[in-house]
Design a protein around this ligand. Structure first.
Ligand code: AKB
Length: 309
C-alpha cells in the first residue's frame, strides 16, 4: 500500500529536515505537514494543527487518507522544566490521545521519538543497555519514558505498529533546536563561525551521546521501513553514534577556526546533563534493522563548517 504520511511537529529541529527527506522519498502528494505555527518554507501541503486537538487530527487523517504518522511535536528537556504541566499535556496526554486515534483510524505505522532523557542517575552511564533501570529527572524524560511504555502497550493490546528511537543530542546545520540540554552542540558552531566565541552552558567535561542529523534521518526512515516482524523492541530502540564533551567539540572546531574562543558558564541544564548517560549499547538496532552511523566527530565538524560557512 502506498504511504500517505502526516507529520505532526514538522517545524522543529528534526521535523524541518525529516520532512524534506520524506517529500523526496515518497512524493509531495503523499506527505502532509503540520505544526502549531506556519513553516518558514512551504515544501508540501501544510496544515496548522494543535497536537492536542484530536478532532482536527481526525479530520486531516480522513481528508488526506493518512496511513502513516510521524509524531514529532514535543517540548524538550530545558523548556520542559519551565512549564511541567504544559509539557505533560503536550508530550504525554496528546500522545496517548493520538495513539487512541491511530487505533480508531486503523493507522498502519506511527513514529514516536524518545530520547536519552529517559536515562537517569541509576542508569548505567557507560554503554547503557537497552533494558536497564530508568529514573528520568526531568518532566520531558518522564513523559518520554511513559510514552515508550504506552507504545509497547498499544502494540501488544491493539496491534498498533508504533516505532521509536531514543535519540541522542541531535546536531545539524539546517535547523536550530529549541529548549534542549544538548542544544549547545549546535549553538557552538554558529558562535564559532559568526563571533569566533561561544559561552557554553555546560561544563567543559560533560560527556553526552550525540548524533549528526544525516544519521538521524537515515535511522528514522530505516526503522520506519523495516519489516514489522524484525522489530523486537516495542518500547524504543537505543541508538548510538558518537559521544563527546564540550571541550572535545571545541578542539575539533578549532582545527578549522584557530582563533575560536570558548568560556564555560553552566546553568540549570548542567544538572539535567549530569543525570544523563555517556555512551549507549545499540546492538538491538544494529541487529533488527541494520543500524550503523556514518558520521564521527571529525567528519561532522567538517560538514557543519562547510555548510554554515
Ligand atoms: C534535549 O536536549 O532535551 C534533547 C534530547 C536529548 O532529547 N535534545
Amino acid at each position: 500500500m502506498e504511504k500517505r504520511i502526516l507529520v505532526l511537529g514538522a517545524n522543529g529541529q528534526i521535523g524541518t529536515v525529516l520532512c524534506k527527506a520524506l517529500v523526496k522519498r515518497y512524493g509531495k502528494q503523499n506527505v502532509i505537514l503540520s505544526d502549531i505555527r506556519e513553516p518558514k518554507e512551504q515544501i508540501s501541503q501544510f496544515e496548522i494543527i494543535d497536537v492536542c486537538d484530536k478532532a482536527h487530527i481526525a479530520k486531516v487523517i480522513d481528508q488526506f487518507q493518512i496511513n502513516t504518522i510521524y509524531h514529532l511535536a514535543a517540548i524538550l528537556s530545558g523548556n520542559g522544566e519551565k512549564n511541567p504541566a504544559l509539557t505533560w499535556k503536550i508530550n504525554h496526554d496528546a500522545t496517548v490521545q493520538l495513539f487512541d486515534l491511530c487505533v480508531e483510524k486503523k493507522i498502519q505505522t506511527i513514529f514516536y521519538p524518545s530520547s536519552i532523557a529517559i536515562y537517569g542517575s541509576k542508569t548505567p552511564k557507560i554503554n547503557t543497555p537497552q533494558y536497564t533501570s530508568f529514573n528520568p529527572s526531568t518532566v520531558y524524560g518522564i513523559s518520554k519514558l511513559t510514552g515508550e511504555m504506552w507504545s509497547a502497550y498499544y502494540h501488544s493490546r491493539y496491534g498498533l505498529d508504533v516505532r521509536s528511537i531514543r535519540y541522542p543530542g541531535v546536531i545539524g546545520w539546517q535547523s536550530i533546536p529549541e529548549g534542549g540540554t544538548t542544544d549547545y552542540a549546535v549553538e557552538i558552531y554558529h558562535g564559532a563561525i559568526k563571533e569566533k566565541y561561544y559561552n557554553c552552558f555546560l561544563r567543559a567535561n560533560t560527556r553526552l551521546p550525540m548524533i549528526y542529523m544525516d544519521d538521524v534521518i537515515r535511522a528514522t526512515i530505516q526503522l520506519m521501513e523495516a519489516p514489522s516482524e524484525n522489530l523486537t523492541v516495542r518500547t524504543s530502540y537505543n541508538l548510538a553514534s558518537m559521544s563527546f564533551t564540550p571541550e572535545e567539540l571545541y578542539e575539533s572546531i578549532k582545527q578549522f577556526i584557530p582563533e575560536f574562543k570558548i568560556e564555560y558558564k553552566p546553568d540549570f541544564r548542567q544538572q539535567i546533563a549530569d543525570s544523563w548517560n555517556e555512551s549507549i549499547d545499540d546492538s538491538n538496532a544494529q541487529r533488527d534493522w541494520g543500524w550503523k552511523p556514518e558520521f564521527d566527530l571529525q567528519s561532522m565538524t567538517a560538514d557543519m563548517i562547510k555548510h554554515l560557512s
